[in-house]
Design a protein. Structure first.
Length: 372
């Protein structure tokens, strides 16, 4: 059998030298590196999932509903709880929000087109852009990781993007983007040419400020991207969705794979949506724990980025080894956090109270050692 190295394969030029997305998956007592919801699904929901999947299994010889009408209707009802009415025609669902983003870039990006995001931010935006042959440009952020509206508008004028990504709350920094900034960027982009503006709200249920959903009114090229991985504690489900003008929903169906959402996925997501109130109760617990972590880290003298997500960015580690050495110190004490490549900083996901206690104990030791 003849084998080749990756760099010997006839890859597309924009993929050469790139690494796949991923975080370390290590067997340690406390894993706080992938922003998962730490609470297992409650037993009544597990039982309801089993019931719905059993029902779906009777028809697995048939293709699933390719338009996922029941699921999209339930997602629209969930979104409408937030005070802005959303219809099923405005909702589309896919295998995780990454597939939603991929479909948007397949439709509105591609060769000869350009997408922009404001980094540091969710790295998959750029990775998926390159995977769809869309040129990617990194826009500016301030030193405090907020978006400088004036500088961002200038970047739009320079690059004239076809797709704009605004991540709120932002990953990995946790910062939310205020509505005025989103409106300003949206309007500046539209003044140049018709531009799809994607507000990635994967963590919005944890935010202090609420969703950007009401901004959909009168903005047919604004898209809100969401996920069930975080607030619903269903990372293993892989269910993402968007809300937008019905024409955008029609557009992404031009590139969706046939029957892309399995009957089992749809059944499981529907069961989870039946237990929304219980699952959002866990969100409230996580928000309180997140705020506790922020308070504790600040009290220890760390520089902490204000967080509207279920994670906290902290630092600054500028001593020997920097953030990587701090990451290793915590790992050696059984706590896995994320080194996201933001200079001098680490990111910790919010866990259970016991997991957070273990993290804080380890970080106190880290602080003591650095202060010695």
């Amino acid at each position: 059998m003849t084998t080749h190295r990756l760099d010997a394969l006839p890859l597309r030029p924009e993929l050469r030298g790139k690494s796949p997305y991923g975080a370390p998956q290590l067997d340690v007592p406390v894993r706080l590196n992938t922003n998962e919801n730490p609470y297992p699904l409650p037993e009544p929901l597990v039982a309801r999932i089993a019931e719905r999947v059993r029902e779906a299994a009777r028809d697995l010889n048939r293709y699933p509903d390719r338009d996922a009408v029941e699921l999209r209707t339930a997602l629209a009802a969930y979104l409408s709880r937030e005070g802005y009415e959303v219809t099923a025609a405005q909702v589309w669902a896919a295998n995780g929000s990454n597939e939603v983003i991929q479909q948007l870039l397949q439709v509105f990006g591609g060769p000869g087109r350009l997408a922009i995001g404001f980094e540091p931010s969710y790295s998959m935006h750029g990775l998926i852009a390159r995977g769809t042959s869309t040129e990617w440009v990194s826009g500016p952020r301030r030193a405090d990781f907020t978006i400088d509206t004036e500088a961002a508008v200038a970047a739009l004028a320079t690059h004239r993007p076809d797709v704009v990504f605004i991540t709120s709350p932002n990953n990995p920094t946790g910062t939310a983007v205020d509505r005025e900034t989103v409106i300003a960027l949206h309007d500046a982009a539209q003044a140049l040419k018709p531009t799809v503006v994607v507000a990635d709200e994967a963590y919005v249920e944890f935010s202090h400020t609420g969703s950007l959903l009401p901004l959909l009114e009168g903005r047919p090229l604004l898209v809100i991207s969401r996920t069930m991985s975080k607030a619903f504690g269903a990372a293993g489900l892989r269910l993402g969705y968007l809300a937008a003008d019905p024409a955008v929903v029609d557009a992404v169906q031009l590139v969706r794979l046939p029957y892309h959402l399995s009957a089992v996925t749809q059944a499981t997501a529907l069961a989870a949506l039946e237990h929304t109130d219980t699952l959002l109760g866990y969100v409230e617990q996580l928000k309180a724990e997140r705020d506790r972590i922020v308070t504790e880290l600040t009290g220890l003298g760390f520089e902490v980025t204000p967080s509207d997500a279920n994670f906290v960015q902290f630092g600054v580690f500028d001593g020997p080894g920097g953030a990587q050495a701090a990451w290793r110190y915590l790992l050696d004490r059984g706590v896995l956090v994320r080194d996201n490549g933001v200079p001098g900083r680490l990111r910790v996901s919010t866990g259970t109270p016991a997991e957070n206690d273990a993290f804080l104990d380890a970080v106190r030791g880290l602080k003591k050692e650095h202060s010695a």
